[in-house]
Design a protein around this ligand. Structure first.
Ligand code: HEM
Length: 274
């Protein structure tokens, strides 16, 4: 492939001439993203839908690009896309969906209630007890690397931009995909292997901050992340103290039709009392 120039549009995968990647995306969004990351590159243009009704999706997989999209400029990459208007229709223009001053006002008001210290105090946890749960936390983080509940987020690019040497046009639908970037082979050794030791504090520190972003990152990162982590770690630690959990399944089919990633149907597991 020729070296990209700033004016070149991102490459696209081989796709159905009539429908583009629509069928692949419909079958599995996340597997399509992951595949094109491996086969096409760090910035990929996916086209979906019949001629005349085509939608272009600009997918950004390299952590540098993810950083640009999530933290480059709030005015440049907005939530003014179809995905967020749909959410706003049901949830209203709250912290998750609002923009500009309205967002800033709400974020400033709520943020102090959600700091790590504040959350630990709600749970009556002392710092020492929290440290005991470190192993469980590492396992949970690794589980969310492989199976990020929020598997992709999108932005509307207001003006044009350049990412990784490729031109993205004004009005582009830009997607960053946790599921794909969390398996980026340049940032994760043996990406498919479950290995909680990836999340020792030293290894976390050494990693590109945008190689792992289950709670998003940048100014619009999840405000509930400490709360969610604490709740999940405590629930898991209490469960594992009483039971051994095993499953005969090698692979869990995933459902990506909703906003969050979940298993397709119930996952059978065996609980054995300790
Ligand atoms: C495992 C649980 C959770 C996951 C994986 C998660 C994931 C995320 C992600 C990826 C974003 C960024 C969306 C974007 O950039 O477009 C986000 C934003 C947000 N999350 Fe969460 N979240 C979780 C739990 C929670 C909880 C428990 C709360 C509330 C207590 C919460 C409230 C919010 C809010 C208000 C925002 C928008 C923040 C802003 O735009 O300023 N989340 N979340």
């Amino acid at each position: 492939m020729a070296a990209p120039t700033a004016t070149a549009p991102p490459p696209h995968p081989r796709a159905n001439p009539l429908l583009g990647s629509a069928l692949d995306l419909r079958r599995s969004q996340i597997r399509t993203y992951e595949r094109v990351m491996r086969e096409v590159g760090d910035v990929v243009r996916l086209t979906a839908g019949p001629p005349g009704m085509r939608i272009d999706l600009y997918c950004v997989f390299h952590p540098d690009g993810v950083q640009r999209v999530l933290a480059g400029s709030r005015e440049g990459y907005t939530k003014g896309n179809r995905f967020y208007s749909e959410i706003a229709r049901t949830l209203g223009w709250g912290l998750l969906t609002s923009e500009g001053e309205r967002w800033q006002r709400q974020r400033r008001l709520i943020q102090p209630l959600f700091t790590r210290r504040q959350i630990a105090s709600y749970a009556g946890l002392m710092a020492e007890e929290a440290a005991l749960l470190a192993r469980t936390t590492m396992a949970l983080k690794e589980a969310m690397r492989l199976y990020p509940p929020a598997y992709a987020v999108g932005r509307l690019l207001v003006d044009g931009d350049e990412i990784g040497g490729y031109a993205l046009p004004a009005g582009a639908n830009v997607v960053v995909c946790q599921y794909a970037t969390h398996r980026h082979p340049r940032f994760w050794e043996r990406p498919e292997a479950f290995d909680p030791d990836r999340f020792t504090p030293e290894r976390e520190q050494a990693r590109h901050p945008y190689a792992y972003f289950p709670f998003g990152r940048g100014p619009r990162a999840c405000i509930g992340s400490h709360f969610a982590m604490l709740e999940a770690v405590i629930a898991l630690a209490v469960l594992l103290k009483r039971f051994r959990v095993s499953s005969g399944l090698a692979d869990v089919p995933l459902d990506t039709q909703g906003i969050t990633l979940r298993p397709q149907g119930a996952v059978p597991v065996h609980l054995t009392a300790r």
